[in-house]
Design a protein around this ligand. Structure first.
Ligand code: FEO
Length: 397
């Protein structure tokens, strides 16, 4: 469906509400996603900013035809070459043979790599502009939000920032942020940041600085996934600043996996200690929890308590994955505590503590081990760990 989001500016992308995973099977998308593309129809130029994932090409072209003949498109802006945004590029270019393609310098490399076409690609840089007749488009490089090739376009008067991946969400319930009533928009916004952009927090902070220095008015932010920030543009900019600085709240997340319930009993005892310390907390049994949602919960928390049984001289696979994720996503400024039961080899706590430290996380307290099944003494030690860890979590970081 086509939405006019401002004078001469149309949203012509498509929704994919049935999609349940993204990046292959890497990230969960409970509500599916959208592939947003935007059409600027002005006196001198007709500009399409971004396309859609290739299976939705026909729907994109049909949406464009509701507004203009695709052959009238004079410029295609490819803000980011990932296939969810350039999947329909070849078909659009065929339907718009006169159109030039503008992208970042790095985009000239990746678009050729994905499409193997002899298109003349024109690189733009921050501050370059395109006069479309009554409006001016300004290009803003946005490297690592999400790839080195990422960039944004500011559509002057109506002052809409076409931000591509940044500020987006895998969210399909509303076209505009102020129409989102299911209470999930902000969770999905943070989940998107955590799972897709968080390894590049330092870059994001630098891009936000640059955006402030450019000082273009931003009335709306229209990302390439999810809702358009019609009312909350300033709010999502502030949220990205918070995320990029990895600010945390004084709360804890307990994550565990267990083979014969011993480590689950320990996890519950750890939670009792957090209760005694007055620290808000959540608990996730990793094999039955959504990995992307757990990471989102972890991102805003100051402390993580991680438990695992021993499995073939290692931690259980879900815990190994979590430890790998913490390193890959480059979480910083968090405390980690460890606990778990073992039978013959007490490797679990050592592995959790070592990998957490390797990920740059602080392990302020010794973990709790239990051979076989925990009895009162061990459970009391787990509660003491939760209590002491809770006190660390409450202390100013
Ligand atoms: Fe939505 Fe990085 O692509």
């Amino acid at each position: 469906m086509v939405h006019q989001i401002a004078e001469r500016l149309y949203a012509v992308g498509v929704a994919d509400p049935d999609r349940r995973t993204f990046h292959g099977h890497e990230m969960s998308t409970a509500q599916g996603t959208t592939y947003n593309a935007y059409l600027v129809v002005d006196d001198k130029e007709t500009v399409l900013a971004d396309t859609v994932y290739e299976p939705f090409t026909d729907r994109l072209l049909a949406n464009i035809r509701e507004v203009v003949d695709p052959a009238s498109i004079t410029t295609i802006v490819a803000n980011h070459s990932e296939p969810d945004h350039t999947g329909a590029l070849a078909a659009v270019k065929a339907a718009a043979p006169k159109a030039r393609i503008l992208c970042s310098k790095r985009g000239t490399e990746s678009i050729r790599g994905w499409h193997h076409q002899d298109w003349p690609l024109q690189a733009v840089a921050t501050g370059d502009t395109l006069d479309t007749g009554t409006m001016t488009l300004t290009f803003i490089m946005a490297a690592m939000c999400h790839w080195p090739d990422s960039m944004m376009v500011h559509v002057g008067s109506p002052d809409v920032l076409l931000s591509n991946d940044a500020f987006g969400q895998h969210y399909t319930a509303a076209m505009f942020d102020d129409e989102a009533t299911d209470g999930r928009l902000w969770f999905e916004t943070e989940k998107y940041f955590v799972n897709i952009i968080s390894p590049y927090c330092r870059n994001v902070a630098a891009r936000l600085d640059e955006l402030e220095q450019i000082a273009l008015p931003i009335r709306m932010i229209a990302p390439s996934h999810g809702a358009v920030w019609r009312k909350g543009a300033a709010d999502v900019l502030a949220a990205y600043r918070r995320y990029a600085e990895q600010r945390t709240e004084p709360r804890a997340v307990v994550c565990y996996d267990t083979m014969y319930e011993s480590t689950r009993l320990m996890a519950k005892a750890v939670c009792r200690g957090l209760d005694e310390a007055g620290v808000p907390h959540t608990m996730h049994h990793l094999p039955t929890s959504d990995r992307s949602d757990v990471l989102t919960d972890l991102f805003g928390a100051r402390g993580f308590l991680i438990g695992s049984s021993v499995w073939h001289m290692n931690v259980l696979p879900t815990v190994a994955t979590l430890l790998d994720d913490l390193r890959t996503l480059r979480f910083k400024n968090r405390l980690v505590g460890a606990f778990g039961s073992y039978g013959w080899q007490k490797r679990n706590v050592e592995i959790i503590e070592t990998r957490a430290a390797e990920a740059g996380l602080e392990v302020p307290l010794p973990g709790v081990l239990c051979q076989w099944k925990p009895q009162a003494e061990t459970l009391a030690a787990c509660t003491a760990l939760g209590r002491s860890f809770g006190e660390k979590v409450k202390a100013p970081s």
